[in-house]
Design a protein around this ligand. Sequence first.
Ligand SMILES: Cc1cc2nc3c(=O)[nH]c(=O)nc-3n(C[C@H](O)[C@H](O)[C@H](O)COP(=O)(O)O)c2cc1C
Length: 135
Amino acid sequence: MKSLIAYYSRRGENYVGGDIVNLPVGNTEVAAGILQKLTGGDTFRIDTVKAYPGDYHATTEVAQQELRENARPELVSHCADLRDYQPWHVVRADLLRRMGRTSEALEGYHLALRLTQNRAERRFLERRLEALATR
Ligand SMILES: Cc1cc2nc3c(=O)[nH]c(=O)nc-3n(C[C@H](O)[C@H](O)[C@H](O)COP(=O)(O)O)c2cc1C
């Protein structure tokens, strides 16, 4: 199964263990790199159109303002088609099942099953399909 590691990470001035440290690569970006090596998944860097200040404290001011305004900063780009990734189909099928849209849910679980290599997930999806089909 192809996995997607979408991450948001701040480079440069960061708060690390009580000090402000200049990080050439953000903490979460390092973690995303490790996950990529372990899983072979695709990575996607989430980034805002408007850059945050380089100064850490100035960034926290901006962030607090954004929180107050319930801001939704514009992103540079969005992920590739999420339909390439199995979890998208599982979540969609599950929501359709809960809404009572059974035939669409069945179709979604079938699509998810096609993208699944993991045995435990396969069994889970097969059970879901059985339960839906016998409704
Ligand atoms: C604009 C902005 C606002 C943030 N607000 C918070 C916050 O309110 N609380 C918090 O714990 N971390 C906050 N962070 C830190 C993020 O949680 C952190 O950047 C993210 O988890 C990625 O980790 P990394 O930047 O260390 O790689 C903020 C970061 C940015 C850039």
